[in-house]
Design a protein around this ligand. Structure first.
Ligand code: ATP
Length: 448
């Protein structure tokens, strides 16, 4: 594949194959808003499931939560978002386009070279009104992160889960930021999904846990199939650190525009719980019964973007290769992430083949996402499945009607094996879980 796949190729594949469409497209679209189509919604769900499995399901020191998007305005006062969740904004005096000051390199408008205004601070939170009266008192915000929903529920979760520290609370959900310059497809949008973990620890153990989570989170991306060479860790310098953070690392991915943040992992000290205790008047300290002491826990926060992970996974999986003189585009997504695990393809739309093919489909779709396609030539249907990353295609031909064997074609090697229909589901399950395709059962006949 080209080492540096251009973003246009990813955007075009996403549109062509039903991963991601521009939002409200029939009305001309809405800037920086995107809709996930039939393939995209599956990929996105698989990414979220992989995160939830690793962070919540496979650990007994983390529990999940799902909090509301709209919260008491006091939350955002306490968290510091009302006063300082801002980006410096400059405006072009000629064309009136607005830019993040940090994006400007030579003091001129990147579009028309016009003069720029002095930077002013712009709050990134979306404001709206709750209830029928549009007045200051009913102003609320769409959350710019899911983390605050976790902090304000710390006490609830601690008492109901009956867990001790270290304890993590995890959440996946929508966040909203009125970004000054969104762009780069789904890299920076105004509405996106966060996957956030707040891991509460005893002060003094925070640095160890911080190192632990930085390593753990980097490993997660590698396990999902992202090449190690396309990932790196970058520690924040002192000037870059938020005033409350003790330390912060970004996991960066080599996007087509260069190295950029995929996830941030911060040691937030006791800032959040201290602030909420102060503003709410509630005691948010933790009683450590083993050591008979009371303290405000420190928090380690790995905060990742679902959409940015989806984008990195698409870019990393995208391959172009020459097969039989033509270019084959293939998404080498790990089977667990692939939108469809298998495609049932009768050799043609023949009335003798259809009933058997439909029977096979009906059997497989009970176990995993399967699609059925009998339109156009088999070659074109294979290409379509390659482009959406389907690991296995099952072909039903006239021979199948005689011997009850079907062909499984593997996406990456293009190798094919023939298996009895009654063994098909078991075989696919094994291959999807990583059994090598070459390890054919005794009854299988390898074909070219
Ligand atoms: P950036 O520096 O790119 O604005 P950030 O440091 O403000 O990001 P965090 O607040 O740390 O981002 O959020 C954690 C993660 O959420 C980011 O690493 C990214 O994956 C995702 N994210 C943040 N803002 C956006 C956005 N506007 N669009 C899509 N994903 C986002």
């Amino acid at each position: 594949m080209p080492d540096n796949v251009e973003m246009e190729k990813i955007v075009s594949l996403c549109k062509r194959r039903g991963f991601i469409f521009p939002s409200s497209e029939i009305y001309g679209g809405l800037s920086s808003c995107w809709d996930y189509g039939p393939m995209g919604v599956e990929l996105k769900r698989n990414v979220k499931n992989a995160w939830w499995e690793a962070i919540v399901q496979e650990r007994d020191d983390v529990v999940g939560i799902d909090t509301s998007i709209m919260m008491h305005p006091g939350v955002w006062k306490a968290s510091g978002h009302v006063d300082s969740f801002t980006d410096p904004l400059v405006e072009c005096k000629s064309c009136h386009l607005r830019w993040r000051a940090s994006e400007i390199s030579n003091e001129k408008c990147p579009t028309c070279s016009g003069k720029l205004t002095e930077p002013r601070m712009f709050n990134l939170m979306f404001k709206t009104f709750m209830g029928p009266v549009e007045e200051e008192a009913s102003t609320i915000y769409l959350r710019p992160e899911t983390a605050q929903g976790i902090f304000v529920n710390f006490e609830n979760v601690l008492t109901t889960s009956r867990k001790k520290l270290p304890l993590g609370i995890a959440q996946i959900g929508k966040s909203f930021r009125n970004e000054i310059t969104p762009g780069n497809f789904i890299f920076r949008t105004r509405e996106f999904e966060h996957m956030e973990l707040e891991y509460f620890v005893k002060p003094g153990t925070d640095e160890l846990w911080f190192d632990y989570w930085v390593k753990e989170r980097l490993e997660w991306y590698i396990k999902l199939g992202i090449r190690r060479g396309n990932l790196r860790l970058r520690q924040h310098g002192k000037e870059e650190l938020a005033h409350y953070a003790k330390d912060c690392y970004d996991i960066e991915y080599l996007f087509p525009k260069g190295w950029s943040e995929l996830e941030g992992i911060a040691n937030r000290g006791d800032y959040d719980l201290t602030q909420h205790a102060k503003y709410s008047g509630r005691d948010l300290s933790y009683y450590d019964s083993e050591n008979n002491e009371r303290y405000i826990p420190y928090v380690i926060e790995p905060s990742a973007g679902v959409d940015r992970s989806v984008l990195a996974l698409l870019i990393d999986a995208y391959h172009e290769e020459v097969v039989e003189g033509g270019t084959r585009v293939v998404l080498r997504l790990q089977p667990s992430l692939a939108p469809m695990k298998a495609a049932v393809l009768p050799l043609s739309k023949n009335e003798r083949l259809t009933p058997l093919a439909k029977k096979v489909y009906a059997q497989l779709c009970l176990s995993f996402m399967t699609c059925y396609d009998d339109s156009q030539s088999i070659g074109r249907r294979y290409r379509r499945q390659d482009e959406i990353g389907t690991p296995f295609c099952i072909t039903i031909d006239f021979q199948s009607l005689e011997d009850n064997l079907v062909t499984i074609r593997e996406r990456d090697s293009l190798a094919q094996i023939r298996v009895p229909i009654e063994e098909l589901e078991k075989t696919l399950q094994a291959k999807l879980s990583g059994e090598p395709f070459e390890a054919t059962p005794l009854w299988a006949t390898r074909q070219k």
